[in-house]
Ligand binder design. Structure first.
Ligand SMILES: Nc1nc2c(ncn2[C@@H]2O[C@H](COP(=O)(O)OP(=O)(O)OP(=O)(O)O)[C@@H](O)[C@H]2O)c(=O)[nH]1
Ligand SMILES: [Zn+2]
Length: 351
């Protein structure tokens, strides 16, 4: 009998084999999953915490930290901070160990950074996804030095509502000014806020962050690093520098996820914060005019008398002017809404 590798075993077990064969056939129909089993079903799961020149830092099972690269089968799909991924290869996490990312879970949310300053190239105009799966956007604004910039905050609110991420306004430097004015501007909105300053109790902030993946965004100098260092001692985020970009820090990293420490003896998930150095703002070019309006819930009712397809820009047709003139909403809010609508087509990034 002609025979290849497995022949001897087969011959020796012929009788049993026959019986096995019958049994296998009988059960095959009831076990279809063995045929459609995904490739790499031994993969482990991880959470991408940093991306640096084609190398991904991933938080693996039991808090292990893995270094990984993309598997070729991912094709052109990008992997960003916050992605939940499946890994194979050397997943030991030891020095020099390199795992491969073979799958990216469907994203529950995406935040895109504003198109780069360089709008002369296609590459520069593309809005890149910088963070996936965040469920809270913490807009950090100082009450003074620098003063709050409502245009920036409004832009972030639009991005948050559009991405289906809960916004929270976190006001810093409470020792320098009162929050009354800024809270008055947002009085008509259901916008949660937190207040902090030197020596302030961080418990309320930790409570809001627990169980969430929160993205921190704010202008340079508002005290983001100071806050992160207090929330996560030992993080060593540099404080007091005007800008991280161009100074050798984070030059190739646009975001990094940091695990918050446990809250007391509680076993509740303390959550993650994602710091976004170098991300000046989130892109709105792909956001429709209607979605921009969602960032201004206090103006929505005023648009019911607008003509169909109203661009809501100043003019006789738009009903918002009359609505605001009648005192139903703050004129500063309308002005900000219109600035944002206009900025989507220009490169005015900061609102
Ligand atoms: N008065 C006062 N100053 C603060 C407070 N928090 C931070 N600062 C100061 O504000 C300056 C900027 O703080 P950073 O934490 O570096 O601000 P940042 O937002 O991280 O700025 P970048 O690093 O440029 O992104 C530093 O001089 C801090 O010491 C605060 O609550 N009150
Ligand atoms: Zn209108």
């Amino acid at each position: 009998m002609e025979c290849d590798g497995g022949c001897r075993l087969l011959t020796a077990k012929r009788r049993e084999y026959d019986e096995d064969d019958v049994r296998v056939r009988a059960t095959r129909g009831s076990r279809p999953r063995t045929r459609t089993r995904p490739k790499h079903d031994d993969a482990i799961e991880g959470f991408v915490v940093a991306v640096d020149r084609g190398r991904y830092t991933v938080d693996g099972p039991d808090g292990t930290t893995l270094t990984a690269m993309r598997a070729r089968e991912l094709g052109r799909k990008s992997v960003v901070v916050g992605d939940r991924v499946a890994l194979v290869g050397d997943v030991s996490g030891g020095a020099g160990a390199l795992a491969r990312i073979v799958r990216i879970a469907d994203r529950e949310s995406v935040l895109r950074r504003t198109a780069d300053d360089d709008d002369t190239t296609t590459e520069g105009r593309i809005e890149r996804v910088v963070v996936a799966n965040a469920d809270q956007l913490v807009i950090v604004s100082s009450l003074s030095d620098p003063p709050p910039r409502t245009g920036f905050i409004d832009r972030c609110l639009v991005a948050a509502y559009d991405a289906d991420i809960e916004p929270i306004l976190l006001l810093t430097k409470s020792d320098l000014a009162t929050p009354n004015e800024i809270l008055d501007y947002y009085a008509a909105l259901d916008l949660p806020h937190l207040l902090t300053g030197p020596g302030a109790d961080l418990a309320p902030i930790r409570k809001e962050l627990a169980g969430h993946v929160s993205v921190l965004v704010g202008h340079s100098g508002v005290g983001k690093s100071t806050l992160v260092n207090r929330l996560i001692p030992g993080t060593g985020r540099a404080v007091g520098e005007v800008s991280a970009i161009g100074k050798g820090r984070h030059t190739s990293t646009s975001a990094v996820a940091l695990r918050l420490p446990p809250i007391g003896k509680s076993r509740k998930d303390p959550g993650w914060i994602i710091d976004t150095p170098g991300v000046r703002s989130f892109g709105l070019a792909l956001v429709s005019a209607d979605s921009v309006l969602h960032g201004f819930p206090d103006l929505v009712e005023g648009t019911v008398d607008c003509p169909p397809n109203c661009d809501h820009l100043p003019g006789a047709e738009c009903a918002l002017d009359a609505w605001v003139a009648a005192g139903h909403a703050d004129e500063r809010r309308l002005a900000s809404f219109r600035r944002l609508l206009a900025s989507r087509t220009s490169s005015d990034l900061d609102g």
